[in-house]
Structure formats: structure tokens, C-alpha cells
Design a protein. Structure first.
Ligand SMILES: Nc1ncnc2c1ncn2[C@@H]1O[C@H](COP(=O)(O)OP(=O)(O)OP(=O)(O)O)[C@@H](O)[C@H]1O
Ligand SMILES: [Mg+2]
Length: 256
């Protein structure tokens, strides 16, 4: 009876259509998780924790939900990412063949592009091949603005993002496109058009308060999802990002 009830609840709430991030406070803000088959942008200024959040989504996907994941970086050396994530409680070596980390610093990608004549189609093919090979359900591109720098003008960038989004959607994965924005602004994208192309936007903020910075996250948009709209506080801890329902220093027992 219990199992039947649980299945019924699962079907009624539509949670089967959601991919839990495994960050409980964030999943609560989203009413269960991120909508499947959708393209979500995660924007934030430097050090807000975009890479950590993206990797938690992939890591929890494999460890907790048995969903393989692909992480494509255009910024950091892969060895450095592995080492950084281990200090945040994620041992990527333990994910085995359900996880793939590809790419490297943009300069490497750019040189490779110049040398081999590889273009957008080749990056797209690589993503599609790996997704099919490991049966990935989750994809992260980090950061999307560096990927967009590979294109010469605004029209090409728009076309590239639209085409990429279309293909990612067809693959049926939940895709996170991480986006760097300027410090101390309420901007949610670098070029000003990205938020219109994607299905959802999570915005991470560094908010200056007195002598320190407080960090807050909000769901700016999420097509087809009833979600919270307030900015909720979060911290980056030894176990990755923790999102709170209220200020953590005021009420520890109210942590989600
Ligand atoms: N073990 C830890 N405990 C608490 N905070 C940590 C820990 N490890 C890293 N951090 C914090 O997390 C930040 C890095 O987060 P992350 O790389 O995910 O941010 P980002 O938004 O991707 O940054 P970037 O702009 O460099 O891409 C560090 O700058 C540091 O402030
Ligand atoms: Mg980063």
C-alpha cells in the first residue's frame, strides 16, 4: 500500500517530469526539481558558485538518481576542476563511466578550432555523441558566454545558442548553461539575449551587506513550472551549495 501510495503521489505531483538537483533547498524552490528536456541558464558573477552548482547537479544525478551526466568546460583545466570539486565533497573519480568531463580552457578550445578548422557543428557533434554513448540525462556547459565568444558577431551568437538549445532539447536531457555576469549588477546574462532563448533562469547573487558579501539565489523564470520567486540565501560549504529557507545565522533549525 505504501509503495502504491508513493507511486500515486509521484505521478500526481508530476515529479517524474522533474530532475532533482539534489540541493534540497533549491529543489524546494522549484517545486521538486528542474523540468526535464529543458534548457536552464544559471547566471552569476565570479565566485558565486556556478561551477559548484553545475557539478552538484551532475554528481547528484549519478550518485543519487542513477542518471549519467556530461560536463563540458570552456574555462578550467580538467585536473583543476577535479581537485576543486574534491574540496567541495565531490570525488569525480568515483562516478565511473556514468560521467564525462570534456573541454578545457577557452584558449585551448580556440587553438584547437583554429588548427583543425573545427567549428560549432563539431562541438555539437561531440556533445551529441557523448550523450548517446553514456545515455546522459544531464548536461552542463560552463560557461556559455565563453562558448559564445567563439562566434564573431551577435547574429552568429544568437543562432549558435538557439541551435544548441534546440539540439539539447531534442536529446531529452536537462541542460544547464552557466553564464558569467558582471559583479554587482542585476544582469542575468552577458549579451542580453540569452535569457530569452532558454526555458529557465536561476540567478545567483553576491550581495554586498556592510563588511561582507551575502549570497542569494532566485528562480528568475522557469517555463511550465510554479516556483518560488524570492531570493533565498545560500552558502558554499565543504559539501557544496546549501540553500536555506531563511537567513542561516538566524535560524539554523530552519535549514531545508
Ligand atoms: N570547501 C569550500 N568551502 C567553502 N567555500 C568554498 C570551498 N571551496 C570553494 N569555495 C568557494 O567557492 C568559490 C568557487 O565557486 P565556483 O568555482 O563554483 O564559482 P563560479 O561562480 O563558478 O566562479 P568563476 O567565476 O570562477 O567561474 C570559491 O571562490 C570559494 O569562495
Ligand atoms: Mg565557474
Amino acid at each position: 500500500m505504501y509503495v502504491e501510495g508513493a507511486i500515486m503521489k509521484y505521478m500526481c505531483t508530476g515529479l517524474g517530469l522533474r530532475a532533482q538537483t539534489g540541493i534540497s533547498g533549491l529543489d524546494a524552490m522549484l517545486g521538486g526539481g528542474l523540468p526535464r528536456g529543458r534548457i536552464i541558464m544559471v547566471s552569476g558573477s565570479t565566485g558565486t558558485g556556478k561551477t559548484t552548482l553545475g557539478m552538484q547537479f551532475i554528481y547528484n544525478g549519478v550518485k543519487k538518481f542513477n542518471e549519467p551526466g556530461l560536463y563540458m568546460t570552456f574555462e578550467q583545466d580538467k585536473a583543476k576542476i577535479r581537485s576543486d570539486m574534491s574540496s567541495l565533497g565531490m570525488d569525480l573519480d568515483k562516478l565511473g563511466d556514468k560521467f564525462r568531463l570534456v573541454g578545457g580552457p577557452i584558449a585551448t578550445v580556440y587553438r584547437y578550432k583554429k588548427k583543425t578548422g573545427a567549428g560549432f557543428e563539431d562541438i555539437l557533434s561531440e556533445v551529441k555523441e557523448i550523450v548517446k554513448e553514456i545515455n546522459a540525462k544531464r548536461v552542463v556547459l560552463d560557461p556559455i558566454n565563453l562558448f559564445l565568444m567563439l562566434f564573431d558577431d551577435e547574429d552568429e551568437r544568437r543562432m549558435a545558442l538557439a541551435t544548441l538549445s534546440e539540439h539539447l532539447a531534442k536529446l531529452g536531457c536537462v541542460s544547464l548553461l552557466l553564464c558569467e555576469v558582471q559583479e554587482q549588477t542585476m544582469d542575468i546574462s552577458r549579451y542580453g539575449f540569452e535569457e530569452f532563448v532558454v526555458d529557465g533562469v536561476l540567478a545567483m547573487y553576491n550581495m554586498n551587506q556592510g563588511q561582507s558579501f551575502l549570497q542569494g539565489i532566485t528562480v528568475r523564470k522557469m517555463r511550465g513550472v510554479k516556483h518560488h520567486r524570492e531570493i533565498r540565501p545560500y552558502e558554499i560549504t565543504d559539501q557544496g551549495i546549501v540553500v536555506y529557507s531563511t537567513q542561516p545565522w538566524l535560524a539554523e533549525d530552519e535549514r531545508l
